[in-house]
Design a protein around this ligand. Structure first.
Ligand code: HEM
Ligand code: HEM
Length: 311
């Protein structure tokens, strides 16, 4: 295990979270077209950061920093990491951040079309998920993890429950992004999409709630699994409250002269907390795959260790 590499991967993941907040601030302040220019801003590399340009150009600067950090991370992995699949994931992160930068430029050039802005919001979550996974794979707890006692025969394996929760959350993030980019602050949100997103919230609550509670029932003393399960449950409750609050403040926003607080703060917090729910579930899912191998592998691994103990 390389401590320096793991710390750097954690740094990149934290910087990506900050970048998601910076991006959400662009959308909530309706600052996406503060400059119609890209890659320069109003023909300049460093424009005066006034008005909405503060949010738009600020987001570009944070994105550039994260892009540079991702290049360093990919090289660092290449130099220090022996597992080839981790190299590949590092390269994937690099490709994703470049594609994300291009999508950001494209959405400005095309004047924020729904499809491109939604794709930009969705790829942001996938990129965050990649950097968090790199931090997980390079961590000591991952490398030193040992198999846990098998789950009861006939029960639904936790790895499937967690994967189902993960997929449901991802679909909900796409729905949320479509909803958010369907109407600027001065318009009302489309009712069908709001209803679909509420249905999605119910699905996420059932899928993630049952996965996390099952983890706590079967492995409550194993902090490797119980830790992310508890965090995911807490974040889910906060996210549901933020969702209702985002809806209520959005209802009032078209009557206001410009995007105002608390609408900005609450919608940005809802995007950020959505990202945290997603990555916590990824950590939980990856860890179930790590310590609870499939039924066949599991029984043979345990039979083997049993035979070794007898010998
Ligand atoms: C490279 C990594 C990048 C990441 C991870 C990222 C992430 C994000 C996120 C999370 C949002 C908020 C989406 C939402 O609230 O629904 C956003 C919005 C935005 N980003 Fe980026 N971004 C990146 C690069 C860029 C670049 C290079 C540009 C260049 C112009 C850009 C332009 C924008 C614009 C204009 C918006 C607002 C879109 C709208 O309001 O419709 N982004 N970004
Ligand atoms: C676990 C449940 C939920 C998750 C994971 C979730 C996730 C998200 C995400 C990630 C976005 C923005 C996506 C983006 O632009 O990148 C969003 C937008 C939104 N969500 Fe949720 N959401 C959940 C529950 C709810 C609930 C219960 C409501 C209540 C009605 C709600 C109302 C909204 C609204 C109004 C927006 C648009 C905000 C805006 O226009 O700025 N969400 N959701």
């Amino acid at each position: 295990m390389n401590l320096g590499l793991n710390r750097f991967a954690i740094l990149v993941a934290c910087a990506t979270f900050f970048l998601i907040i910076a991006g959400a601030l662009v959308t909530s302040n309706d600052a996406g077209l503060a400059t119609p220019d890209w890659p320069l801003s109003n023909g300049q590399f460093l424009p005066r950061m006034v008005g909405n340009l503060f949010w738009e150009h600020g987001h570009r600067m944070v994105a550039t920093t994260v892009g540079l950090l991702t290049i360093v991370l990919a090289v660092y992995i290449r130099l220090k990491e022996k597992r080839q699949w981790v190299w590949k994931l590092g390269m994937f992160a690099l490709v994703a951040v470049i594609a994300q930068g291009l999508l950001g430029g494209l959405t400005v050039k095309l004047m924020l079309p729904l499809a491109v802005s939604t794709a930009h919001a969705t790829l942001a979550q996938l990129f965050f998920c990649t950097t968090v996974s790199l931090a997980v794979f390079t961590s000591r707890s991952w490398i030193e993890a040992r198999p846990l006692p098998p789950e009861e025969k006939g029960s639904l394996p936790l790895r499937y429950l967690c994967t189902a929760a993960l997929v449901t959350i991802f679909l909900q993030l796409i729905l949320g992004a479509t909803l958010r980019h369907s109407a600027t602050w001065d318009r009302h949100l489309p009712v069908q999409l709001v209803l679909a997103h509420i249905g999605g919230a119910l699905a996420v609550t059932i899928a993630l709630g049952s996965a996390a509670l099952t983890v706590l029932r079967r492995y409550k003393d194993e902090s490797f699994l119980a830790g992310p399960a508890v965090v995911a449950l807490v974040l889910l409750v906060i996210q549901l409250f933020l969702g209702v609050a985002a809806y209520l403040t959005r209802l009032a926003s078209p009557n206001e002269p410009q995007p105002l607080n608390p609408m900005i703060a609450i919608t940005v917090a809802h995007v950020a907390c959505g990202a945290l729910v997603f990555v916590t579930t990824i950590v939980l899912t990856l860890r179930t795959y790590r310590v609870l191998p499939g039924e066949k592998v599991q029984s043979s691994a345990f039979e083997l260790s049993g035979r070794q103990a007898k010998a």
